[in-house]
Ligand binder design. Structure first.
Ligand code: RB5
Length: 143
């Protein structure tokens, strides 16, 4: 797989660092779009950075993390071409790829334990889009 872009605000920083280590274990290349510490920052900036990188093809997929995962996913989804899925369970993560062709995953750093977050990331990165009738629906979102 091509590179994964990853970004967070301060509320997601700690989980972002854990997910980076996990991506290294999986031998998956990533680009970190910040933030770089736990100082308070505004999540829309980081959602946008990763979303723009996905749309520009700098990275194949994006993972974004804030406290709940909500704000940063809302911001990412404002970028045309982005389908960012906020997931707190592995079933939703799998289906967001299989049916929705999500090109970004959002996680809540203050919601999820690290081990569950890693499982969600693994499932999400491995699952393929099923296409077919789902493609028609995804196209409708774009339209
Ligand atoms: C920051 O305190 C927090 O609001 C942010 O990380 C996120 O949870 C927003 O949706």
């Amino acid at each position: 797989m091509k590179k994964v872009g990853i970004g967070s605000d301060h509320g997601g920083f700690e989980l972002k660092e854990s997910i980076k280590e996990y991506l290294e274990e999986l031998n998956i290349e990533y680009e970190d779009y910040g933030t770089d510490n736990e100082e308070s920052v505004d999540y829309p900036e980081y959602g946008k950075k990763v979303a723009n990188a996905v749309v520009a093809g700098e990275v194949e997929k994006g993972i974004v993390i804030c406290g709940t995962g909500i704000g940063i996913s809302l911001a990412a989804n404002k970028v045309k071409g982005i389908r960012c899925a906020l997931c707190s369970d592995t079933y939703s993560a799998r289906m967001s790829r299989a049916h929705n062709n999500a090109n970004m995953l959002s996680l809540g750093g203050r919601v999820l334990g690290v081990d569950l977050a890693k499982e969600i990331v693994k499932v999400w990165l491995e699952e393929e889009f099923q296409g077919g009738r789902h493609e028609r629906r995804v196209n409708q979102i774009e339209d």
